[in-house]
Design a protein around this ligand. Sequence first.
Ligand code: SAH
Ligand code: SF4
Length: 413
Amino acid sequence: MQIPGHIDPVPVPRAITPREDGRVDLLGLSREQIRAELETAGLDAKQAKLRAKQIFHWLYHRGVTDFDAMTDIAKAQRPFFAERFVIGRPQVVEAQVSSDGTRKWLLRSDDGQDYEMVFIPDADRGTLCVSSQVGCTLNCRFCHTGTMRLVRNLTPGEIVGQVMLARDALGEWPRGSMASMSDDENEDDDAPQYSPDGRMLTNIVMMGMGEPLYNFENVRDALKVVMDGDGLALSKRRITLSTSGVVPMMARAGEEIGVNLAVSLHAVSKDIRDEIVPINRKYGIEELLSACAAYPGANNARRITFEYVMLKDKNDSDEDARELVRLIKKYKLPAKVNLIPFNPWPGAIYECSSPERVKRFSDIIFEAGISAPVRTPRGRDIAAACGQLKTQAQKLSRAELDRLAEEKQAALG
Ligand code: SAH
Ligand code: SF4
């Protein structure tokens, strides 16, 4: 029998899904990986290096998907690339816009796996909530994604692809001259650079479907591309990785990715956390908080966020709030607390705490000198809570669900 929280990460069946036409999809590859692909295709070392640099720029900085648009690559050479490579995007199954501006997409991979991404615009920022896995093995009791039967890690291409698709949808690729990249033929126009009102997509949170630290390498490689100054160029300060507490991977996350850390704490006693976040049975609260205290790069300017879902009569008492303060102080954590009103889904066994309870809980933490804002629910009219869109789509397709379940059995051997 499977014990929730004790399941090892499920491997990706294939790193890159082979395409029927034999071409290689460059989406998600690093500069170095593109260079290696070009060498395999027959370019000499010098050409491969130069072209990889150019293609990387077109791919991630400019959002180009057509080699013919790569104006600093000789026209005669472009078909060579187009015959061997593509620059893909995740397929969009469904796109919704909420009355509050929140946008949600259900995406499908080449091998028919569905996953979600959500864009949340605010006054001063626009946050893209990115998925790291299809489903999740960790089965947190209040989380809809945890109920999904099928789990597969997303590839770097599928993770970066979400950001690329969001930029496409928001129309946020820069146009204009390539002065810094000048090589043989620079035919580009003189269109203006970024739009004067700035970009909408400013922040990324790895808080969509899945546990990012159970797909560490792919998440790391994808975020490296996202952070690359000649790529999507998002600062690590604007990226947050949320983990349910995969303690052994936290130090590596700090060292090798270096983004902001959010931890799904959700409870302050062993009993309750064991119940609602079952990975706690493997890595307990004290161990988790020690790993937070050791997280590289955490300081008062870059605090660790503790996510705390407000569940009625479960984890929302005054004592819970005081214990949370005590723990944060005990481990001297540069912390802020993010109180998340529970977002109900059909079949959930919990209810959200009352607004008064949430307010009181927040006040106790604030009074102790720790910031504890309440997250405003967004996109409720489009079921923007993690995992909901996927399940709604699946309800319509029983046959597909059965096929996916069979695939999961096959993948698990
Ligand atoms: N697996 C990672 C990241 C994805 S979940 C993690 O657990 O941290 C992102 C956040 O949404 C987590 O804090 C998660 O606990 C929370 N969450 C999941 N389902 C929720 C629900 N129904 N209502 C409110 N928050 C939820
Ligand atoms: Fe997985 Fe996070 Fe949901 Fe838990 S809360 S089941 S770790 S996605």
